[in-house]
Ligand binder design. Structure first.
Ligand SMILES: C[S@@+](CC[C@H](N)C(=O)[O-])C[C@H]1O[C@@H](n2cnc3c(N)ncnc32)[C@H](O)[C@@H]1O
Length: 246
C-alpha cells in the first residue's frame, strides 16, 4: 500500500493510496480508528513530548471524532497510469511498507516516484529484504539463482520480489536526488549459507548487506528547499556498476 500525501496548504490533506492489486476497502471508520489508536499510542505520546505540534493533535483529534475526513483516493493501476492522470504531482510524503521489494522494474519505479515528489518532500519506506519463501531457513535463498534462472522463473509471477539489497537502494536513491536522513537496518547474526552458494553477482557484497533482512529509510528530496549535499549512509558501500535489478 502506498500513501501519497499532498500539502496541507489548502487546508485539506489528499491521500492517494496506490497499489497494482486491489487489496483493501477504504473505510472511513478505519481511518477514524487509526487516528484514535495513534493518539492513544505511548510511542506517539513520546514523539509529541519531544516535538510538540498542536496542529497535529488538533487534526488527529478531529479525524478521531469523525469531524474531519481527508480526501482519500484508492487507485489500483500501473504507475504510468497514475502519473498520466496527473493527480499525484508535487507529493509531500511518499510512504510504503513492505512493498518496494515486490516491484520488478524498481529503478524505473524509483525514478518515477522521485519525479512525483516535490522538492523538500519526504520519503519513508520499509523494504523487506528477506526471501519471501524461505524467510526462516534461508533468508537469502533468492540470491543463489543465476540472473537468467531468476528471470525466467520469477519475471511473470505477480508480486515476485526483486533482488536489490539495502546498499543498492541507498546508492541509487542518493544518485537520483534523495538525501537519506536515516537508514536503519535489521540484520541477522550469521549468513544462512556459505558464500560459495551465492551467485557471483552477489557473492562479493558486504557481509552486512547480505545479512540485512529489512531496512527503514527516511529521505528528503533535494531541491530548492533542501540545499545541503546529497549522500548515502557512509557505512554502506554501493555497487553502481552491478545493480541487480531482478
Ligand atoms: C507484502 S504486501 C504489503 C502490504 C502492506 N503494506 C502491509 O504492510 O501489510 C505488498 C504490497 O505491494 C503491492 N505490490 C506488489 N507488486 C507491486 C508493484 N509492482 N507495484 C506496486 N505495488 C506492488 C501488493 O499489491 C501489496 O499491497
Amino acid at each position: 500500500m502506498w500513501a501519497l500525501n499532498h500539502s496541507r496548504a489548502a487546508g485539506m490533506v489528499t491521500v492517494i493510496l496506490w497499489d497494482v492489486f486491489p487489496n483493501m476497502i477504504v473505510d472511513a471508520n478505519a481511518v477514524q480508528e487509526a487516528a484514535r489508536a495513534l493518539l492513544d499510542s505511548p510511542v506517539f505520546h513520546d514523539v509529541q513530548k519531544a516535538l510538540p505540534d498542536d496542529r497535529m493533535d488538533q487534526t488527529l483529534g478531529a479525524v478521531a471524532r469523525g469531524e474531519l475526513l481527508g480526501d482519500i483516493r484508492y487507485r489500483v493501476q500501473p504507475l504510468p497510469e497514475l502519473i498520466a492522470a496527473g493527480e499525484a504531482n508535487d507529493v509531500t510524503l511518499v510512504y510504503s511498507q513492505s512493498a518496494i521489494e515486490c516491484i520488478w522494474n524498481v529503478a524505473d519505479f524509483w525514478r518515477a516516484i522521485i519525479g512525483l515528489t516535490k522538492a523538500g518532500g519526504w520519503h519513508s519506506h520499509r523494504i523487506d529484504l528477506s526471501d519471501h519463501g524461505r524467510r526462516e531457513t534461508n533468508y537469502i535463498e533468492m540470491l543463489e539463482w543465476s540472473p537468467i534462472g531468476y528471470y525466467v522463473t520469477m519475471r511473470f509471477i505477480p508480486g515476485a520480489i526483486n533482488r536489490w539489497r539495502a546498499s543498492t537502494h541507498m546508492t541509487f536513491l542518493a544518485e537520483a536526488g534523495l538525501k537519506i536522513l536515516s537508514a536503519s537496518r535489521e540484520t541477522r547474526e550469521v549468513l544462512p549459507i556459505p558464500r560459495s552458494r551465492i551467485n557471483r553477482m552477489f557473492r562479493s557484497l558486504d557481509e552486512v548487506d547480505l545479512r540485512t533482512t529489512a531496512i527503514d529509510l527516511v529521505a528528503v528530496k533535494q531541491g530548492k528547499r533542501q540545499t545541503s549535499g546529497g549522500g548515502v549512509d557512509p557505512g554502506c558501500r554501493g555497487h553502481p556498476k552491478d545493480r541487480p535489478y531482478s
